[in-house]
Design a protein around this ligand. Structure first.
Ligand code: HEM
Length: 115
């Protein structure tokens, strides 16, 4: 959903940014969540249906979604996360594979010194 965190939410279900409009506003979306008309979600919520309060909160949250554009700050956060992760991967590689060249280099160096 637009405006949720730096990554914009997960990828398991569809993008919910326009779902308030799509399901006909508070009334329609509220009853879809009550009847749980979405096949993947139905078994998950079967034993623990959303309460009236939870549905109202979710409807209000989804209603506000289309007004929350992804901000420049969020894009910056995403770039920061990517760079940070790349640096971590390089550091981890340096630590875990620090001996990767010594098997080749040492015998070469010692034979050069002896010769
Ligand atoms: C209270 C939390 C949740 C809300 C408010 C919510 C809301 C919605 C809505 C409005 C749709 C319809 C989207 C569309 O047709 O464009 C949808 C579909 C879907 N949701 Fe959720 N969802 C929730 C939790 C979950 C969970 C926990 C899962 C799975 C672990 C899930 C998986 C899916 C999937 C796969 C779809 C696509 C339709 C289907 O296959 O049933 N949702 N959700």
């Amino acid at each position: 959903m637009a405006g949720v965190g730096a990554l914009g939410g997960g990828a398991l279900g569809p993008d919910l940014t326009g779902s308030y409009e799509k399901y006909g506003g508070a009334q329609g979306l509220g009853s879809s969540l009550e009847a749980m008309t979405f096949p993947t979600m139905a078994p998950i919520f079967a034993g623990k249906p959303l309460t009236v309060g939870e549905r109202a909160d979710l409807v209000a949250f989804l209603a506000a979604a289309p007004t929350q554009e992804r901000t420049a700050g969020a894009a910056g956060k995403l770039i920061g996360l990517s760079v940070g992760l790349a640096v971590l991967i390089v550091l981890a590689a340096l630590v875990f594979w620090r001996r990767r060249l010594t098997g080749v280099r040492r015998p070469l160096v010692s034979s050069a010194r002896e010769g």
